[in-house]
Write a protein that binds this ligand. Structure first.
Ligand code: 5GP
Ligand code: ZN
Length: 121
């Protein structure tokens, strides 16, 4: 039997509770955790519970639109709870090698608490 990608995927294992993480907020389809190496005073990862390597693969799922709305709502609820809208925040989806993606399970970065530069590095 071939192991599913989820069995060895870091974020799938965090979703299942097999690897500890700073779980901040959760919904039926999504989980928000604190990034282990924060790049800003607030740095969260919004993670869909369903495994998909990247946003392109994720959006092929039959419930993808609802799951993506759930993922964004979780981030917006978190931003509101932390009052991040007052000074602003940034949502980032790194995709593929040149996009800077290092964990091959779709996630959205929610960054706030400092002035963000543009263009990104
Ligand atoms: P990417 O580079 O794929 O856009 O983002 C991956 C993010 O996952 C990085 O910001 C990295 O710090 C974070 N990360 C990697 N391993 C872990 C972990 O074990 N726990 C948590 N909470 N974050 C992680
Ligand atoms: Zn996964």
């Amino acid at each position: 039997m071939t192991a599913s990608p989820a069995a060895s995927c870091l974020f799938c294992r965090i979703v299942k509770g097999e690897i500890p993480a700073g779980r901040i907020r959760e919904s039926g389809d999504s989980l928000a955790i604190a990034d282990i190496a924060p790049q800003a005073p607030h740095h969260y990862l919004l993670i869909p519970k369903r495994h998909a390597t990247d946003i392109g693969e994720f959006m092929k799922g039959p419930r993808a639109a609802a799951e993506m709305a759930d993922l964004l709502n979780l981030g917006l609820e978190l931003a509101l709870t932390e009052h991040l809208q007052e000074r602003g925040y940034r949502l980032v989806v790194n995709t593929g090698q040149e996009g800077g993606q290092t964990v091959p399970h779709l996630h959205i970065h929610l960054l706030a608490g400092r002035e963000m530069g543009w263009p990104p590095g």
